[in-house]
Design a protein around this ligand. Sequence first.
Ligand SMILES: [Zn+2]
Length: 316
Amino acid sequence: MAKHVFGFLNKKDGIWVDVLSHKYDKLDFWRNTAPVNCSWFYRSLHKAAPQIKPFCRINLINPALTSFCWDPWCFDIPIALKPTFINMNVDVNLLSISDVVNGDRWCDTSLLYVFGPNFNLQELSSTSIDLNSGNHWIWNPPTKLHKISSTIYQQLNLSTPPEEVWPGWQLIWKLNIAPRTKHFMWTLFHGLLSTTNFLYHLNLGPNDPCSLCGLSPETIDHLFSHCTKTKQVWSYLSLRLNTYIYFPNGFASGNQLTEGNYSNYINSVIAATAWMLWKSRCNIIFHNACINLPTVVCRALAHVQEYTDCNRSLIG
Ligand SMILES: [Zn+2]
């Protein structure tokens, strides 16, 4: 079946490919599941695709046929699902491959602008651009075996199931918050925020308790969901928004932000509140300041308001 997935993606000659392409359009197995009333064969393609998708890559790209966010043209998975750094001044949803291409070559300057100076331009050196052909998909891990089916079989036997990718990365870029706040959320969801507990595990400092309550080690989940002070902040916010906001499973692992429970506005306010909490926590540690919980909420609401207005005036 994997062979057929590649046949379909690469539009190999065959009546079945024409028929299915005409009927179902593009096989977008990163986002869609099989349509309800589709044929058993198309359903089987959809079943096989998720197994092999972490190993598929496009090595010949037609920018017009490739989605910037939803095709694996640059990494092993689509950018929408990849926890990669993207310039906060760029709206990733408005980008297309043509923006990072100059004629039939990659534009290094644009790529570095979008992905930052740490982006490995070498990664794209094996991917060519063709403005006239269809995309060509390949099996990504290098292989000595010739038959694609035996290669895939071998790889699936060797590998453990791919980690489920998290759709929240893309959501962070859409929030109505300042670029620095987006970057903060990005760091937080990577588990890389320099809480005292994080630094302690890197041998970079003592394991000081949470500066808000002084009772538990300062981890991300404690600071943003389990701390008694933080819980009060979320209840103030719940009252202000008239929506129950809580993170029983932890802030970073709960995924409430992405499960569609909240609107983009509420998600933005949650992110801004987390940012204000973090700033207050830093002020306590570095400036001996006191924390005023209702102010944290007011500042977060003002922050989102400011960025919503600012975006509106940019558009209008
Ligand atoms: Zn605490």
